[in-house]
Design a protein around this ligand. Structure first.
Ligand SMILES: NC(=O)c1ccc[n+]([C@@H]2O[C@H](COP(=O)([O-])OP(=O)(O)OC[C@H]3O[C@@H](n4cnc5c(N)ncnc54)[C@H](O)[C@@H]3O)[C@@H](O)[C@H]2O)c1
Length: 396
């Protein structure tokens, strides 16, 4: 497929490496960036025929079949609207919008225009995540009770991230968007996020936005998600997730401890991995960053979905839900209260109650626990549905 790439910076280049290096069927034919020298450099590196500093000109070309948006957050909406105008399939990096209102406008516009829309949330396509979610979906962990995701690093690489107007927020928006979609996927994307409680502060950097935050997201079925995000963490890029259910647990570490450890005095120092803080001493390189961070599997899903005229796993609708959760987090950080997630658009399930998941033992009782003791007795502990009384039975 022929692609117009909007943005030739950090993520535009990761995407280009993944698209042209791996899937090979796809070709970037048009590149837009703010500065002419960046477009020319990108065009040389990726063998792109058309370069421009005019966004619409990059999109509105007969050979362009799909547009990949890799621009600062404040430019996503403008770019999406141009894709709608010219009826081009569109894929947008995270976060979809600076807030849910922007995200909703983009969602409504692509659906009205009837164009393919993909939300490029790479961290739900990492090999570890794909394996873990398969186990979760097969029921290996039972009902998911708690999902936690952490993304922390020493702060982003470009000026606009640090400007609250252009970025729309600090680390909650920049990194929390990943964590919310990871934990939401584990809990179930059809389960409604209902309330958020969040602490946020600007502990280190001289900026208007937050550089550190911790939040809890309550889901309608009683599950809880937790995000931990920071632009003040020292030591590289920490990407860790945990998920716990009634039958088991999974812990994954995507970056700093992947089983690849190296020591060098610094002789012939080289690039180690994203946000690595040192290139000497003990290092934790990442074998294949494009793959470990999910870019390859993400584009495989996006382009195959586009070819097969179906929806990808992550769409603008998902981006909108993430923005709505993060809006509630920002509100809670100010009010210091649980804040409701305002969802004008909700396409999942509704109506869970507190008792929806109690496990039946028999007609009269719920099961609390069963256990085989060290002296060989098998016991069940039960709760009577009517009286609430707790009893135990020793089985043969
Ligand atoms: N893992 C991920 O999914 C991931 C990682 C990093 C960034 N991102 C997202 O990608 C988008 C771009 O981030 P990046 O890290 O590539 O940024 P960057 O600063 O490295 O690149 C931004 C690109 O946009 C272009 N641009 C056009 N108009 C601009 C303007 N007015 N101001 C600044 N740049 C302008 C720049 O020329 C540059 O090519 C953001 O939405 C960010 O959140 C996603």
């Amino acid at each position: 497929m022929n692609i117009a790439m909007l943005g030739s910076g950090f993520i535009g280049r990761f995407y280009a490496d993944s698209l042209q290096g791996y899937r090979s069927k796809d070709k970037i034919v048009s590149i837009y960036s703010r500065k002419e020298e960046s477009t020319k450099k990108f065009a040389k590196d990726y063998n792109v025929g058309f370069t421009t500093t005019n966004m619409e000109a990059a999109i509105n070309r007969p050979d362009v079949e799909v547009v990949c948006i890799s621009l600062p957050n404040n430019l996503h909406e403008e770019a999406v609207m141009l894709c709608c105008k010219h009826k081009k399939a569109v894929m947008t990096t995270k976060p979809l919008g600076r807030n849910a209102a922007e995200a909703k406008r983009m969602l409504e516009a692509v659906e009205k225009a009837g164009i393919f829309n993909g939300y490029l949330e790479d961290l739900v396509y990492t090999p570890k995540f794909l394996k873990a979610i398969e186990s979760v979906k097969n029921g290996a962990l039972g009902r998911i009770l708690w999902a936690k995701s952490r993304e922390t690093h020493p702060g982003p690489h470009s000026d606009w991230f640090w400007d609250i107007e252009q970025a729309g927020g600090g680390c909650i928006l920049d990194l929390g968007c990943h964590c919310v979609e990871i934990t939401r996927s584990y809990i179930g994307k059809d389960i409604k996020p209902i309330e958020v409680m969040c602490w946020a502060d600007t502990q280190v950097k001289p900026i208007d936005a937050e550089d550190h935050a911790i939040g809890l997201v309550k889901y309608e079925n009683g599950s809880i998600a937790q995000f931990e995000v920071s632009w003040t963490f020292r030591g590289g890029l920490d990407l860790r997730d945990e998920v716990m259910g009634t039958e088991g647990t999974i812990w994954t570490n995507n970056f700093l401890r992947t089983g690849f450890e190296m020591f060098t005095t610094g002789k012939a120092a080289n690039y180690v991995s994203e946000k690595a803080e040192s290139d000497k001493g003990w290092l934790f390189p990442v074998g294949d960053e494009l793959n470990e961070l999910g870019y390859n599997h993400m584009f495989m899903d996006m382009f195959q979905s586009l070819e097969q005229k179906r929806q990808p796993k992550e769409t603008f609708y998902d981006g909108y839900i993430v923005n709505a959760v993060l809006d509630a987090a920002y509100k809670s950080a100010k009010t210091k209260q649980w804040e409701p997630v305002a969802l004008d658009v909700w396409r999942g399930k509704s109506g869970y109650t507190k008792d929806s998941h109690l496990q039946e033992y028999d007609a009269e009782n719920y099961l609390v626990k069963e256990e085989v003791t060290h002296y060989g007795a098998k016991k069940v502990i039960l709760k009577n549905k009517k009286t609430g009384k707790i009893i135990e039975k020793v089985l043969d």
